[in-house]
Design a protein around this ligand. Structure first.
Ligand code: CO8
Length: 258
């Protein structure tokens, strides 16, 4: 498949997607979001791929939804046509892990897109923000919902109401990102983490993703019950036999994703 607004490649078992609208700091327009959804679905369906990395440029992961594209929308364009939002949900349907490797600006929809990924590795120049209020609008792809869950109500209110940016150090301290690394090591770090994951058992990978995500949607009792049932089901996999046998034989496990 050929794309214009993204670059797609594979590195071993890792699918790498790079947002590629450099002149607009990777502003997220309809074409880019459609291509991103298609690329994510293609990697999800590809049995050779175990993990996906989503990144931007050194200057910007993404500076938000494309302001020029939506500036003249009417309410009916936004609501009835659903032009802005219709292709933003694809990433949530992806069953393999998606790591966001964020350098530079991750603002507005860019910050929301990073938060839709399973975890964020940030370069030391990363800047996160929800500046929509400066445009007279509010976050529209989960900013007011995922940010408080990720970093507390107080910090989320602060960021959404003042539009201030949070740097990588503060983002790690607040729990928004899992690791911060020097800019020149960002891709190596993200690809290494993705390769570690991709060499695990794919059924276990997918179950963990589903179970951790359920923590946001369920009570503790329901979530623990769901986790227990998935845990039991791993004993039906060949990979459980291989993983435990390999430990007992003091050798690395070789998973078949079965
Ligand atoms: N949309 C369109 N173009 C953009 C955007 C954007 N979000 N951000 C930057 N650009 C363009 C600029 O217009 C400029 O283009 P040109 O060279 O043709 O003038 C180019 O990128 C470079 O930008 P700057 O010259 O401004 O670069 P600076 O380094 O001076 O500043 C900033 C970088 C601080 C990132 C600045 O560009 C900025 O503030 N950008 C806007 C950030 C913003 O407000 N983002 C939120 C957008 S609204 C949103 O995301 C709502 C999401 C709703 C999702 C709903 C779907 C579910």
């Amino acid at each position: 498949m050929s794309y214009e607004a993204i670059l797609v490649e594979t590195q071993g078992k890792v699918g790498l997607i790079r947002l590629n609208r450099p002149k607009a700091l990777n502003a997220l327009n309809d074409q880019l979001m459609t291509e991103l959804g298609d690329a994510l679905k293609a990697f999800d369906a590809d049995e050779a791929i175990g993990c996906i990395v989503l990144t931007g440029s050194e200057k910007a992961f993404a500076a938000g939804a494309d302001i020029g594209a939506m500036a003249n929308y009417s309410y009916m364009d936004a609501f009835k046509g659903d032009y802005i939002t219709r292709n933003w949900e694809e990433i949530r349907r992806i069953r393999k892990p998606v790591i966001a490797a964020v350098a530079g600006f991750a603002l507005g929809g860019g910050c929301e897109l990073a938060m839709m990924c399973d975890f964020i590795i940030a370069a030391d120049n990363a800047k996160f923000g929800q500046p929509e209020i400066k445009l007279g609008v509010i976050p529209g792809a989960g900013g007011t919902q995922r940010l408080p869950r990720a970093i507390s109500k107080s910090k989320a209110m602060d960021m959404c109401l003042t539009a201030r940016m949070m740097d990588a150090v503060e983002a790690e301290r607040a729990g928004l990102v899992s690791r911060v690394v020097p800019l020149d090591q960002l891709m190596a770090e993200a690809l290494t983490a993705a390769t570690v994951i991709a060499n695990m058992s794919l059924p276990a990978i997918m179950m963990i993703k589903e179970s951790v995500n359920l923590a946001y949607e369920s009570t503790l009792t329901e979530g623990v019950h769901f986790e227990r049932r998935l845990f039991h089901s791993t004993f039906a996999t060949e990979d459980q036999k291989e993983g435990m046998q390999a430990f007992l034989e003091k050798r690395p496990a070789v998973f078949k994703n079965l």
